[in-house]
Design a protein around this ligand. Structure first.
Ligand code: ADP
Ligand code: MG
Length: 266
């Protein structure tokens, strides 16, 4: 059996940027994704890197079905996600989770951390028993290196780093096969960034989850990825094993990204 979990084929995303006010007729279209094909294998980390606006988030959103492509198909375990029965779709939803850049922004400020962690278990109908949900939440809290007491707090009462750990715990609580990490550490201080990256690596070794690791920072991707896709203007311009891409970049644009990243750190 193929170990490809998630695959996007010839993905195109167009946005209407100009409409005639009266008729609503689209007069200008912006192509955010222009024929992107990408695949994610079980247990790996695929880095998706490129400058802001290159189409990384759009790619991640389409693979996770947060947005629909204008053209192209997403396959989960070889099957077109649009052909799923409701039960199959539920399995896909459970197995593809997200971590975003702004964890606080994606958490209800009036919900306790416990409720935030339990939410996917309720909406995806994974765990009916309250006691079992609490046990899972407590287990996850410990897996991401936090104390149980944090379950009674609110997002406003915890630090950015703790909040991102909660986002990791929330993504993992459904026992997914894939987590789409979209700029997951970009808003954090460098020292906290390193802690979260190490946590993600540790959890991957223990739980064999695959990451689609999206970042504008090739230096961050460098620490994480087994394979890398480099995006520019809605296209993948270079792809390969991480070491090859980073040590022998073939595309001028990849070389520029590497130079910028290392110049910043020097
Ligand atoms: P990245 O994540 O690499 O920064 P995105 O995938 O978010 O890039 O965006 C790709 C391009 O699509 C950008 O130029 C962005 O401005 C444009 N875009 C994204 N969403 C919309 C939208 N809803 N309407 C119009 N343009 C959009
Ligand atoms: Mg983005």
């Amino acid at each position: 059996m193929s170990d490809i979990l998630l695959r996007g084929e010839d993905l195109v995303k167009e946005y209407a940027v100009k409409k005639t006010p009266l008729t609503g007729k689209v007069t200008k279209v912006f192509t955010a994704l222009d024929g992107v094909s990408i695949e994610l294998k079980a247990g790996e980390t695929l880095g998706l890197v490129g400058e802001s606006g290159s189409g990384k988030s759009t790619t991640g959103d389409i693979l996770g079905d947060l947005q629909k492509p204008t053209k192209g198909t997403v396959f989960y375990k070889g099957k077109d996600i649009r052909s799923f029965t409701p039960e199959e779709y539920q399995v896909y939803r459970r197995n593809v989770q997200y971590i975003f850049q702004d964890p606080k922004g994606s958490m209800n400020p009036n919900a306790r951390i416990l409720d935030i962690l339990e939410e996917p278990l309720i909406t995806l109908k994974i765990e009916k028993s309250e006691a079992a949900r609490r046990a899972k939440a407590e287990d996850m809290i410990q897996k991401v290196g936090l104390e149980k007491a944090i379950l009674n707090k609110f997002p406003g009462e915890i630090s950015g780093g703790q909040c991102q750990r909660i986002a990791v715990a929330r993504a993992l609580i459904t026992e997914p096969e894939i987590i789409i990490c979209d700029e997951a550490v970009s808003a954090l201080d460098v020292s906290v960034q390193a802690q979260i990256l190490n946590l993600l690596k540790d959890l991957q070794a223990r739980l064999h989850v695959a990451y689609l690791f999206i970042s504008h920072d090739i230096g961050v991707v460098y620490h994480m990825a087994d394979r890398i896709c480099v995006m520019k203007n809605g296209k993948i311009v270079e792809r390969g094993i991480a070491e090859d891409v980073l040590e022998k970049p073939q595309h001028e644009y990849t070389r520029q990204l590497l130079e910028c990243s290392f110049a910043k750190k020097a």
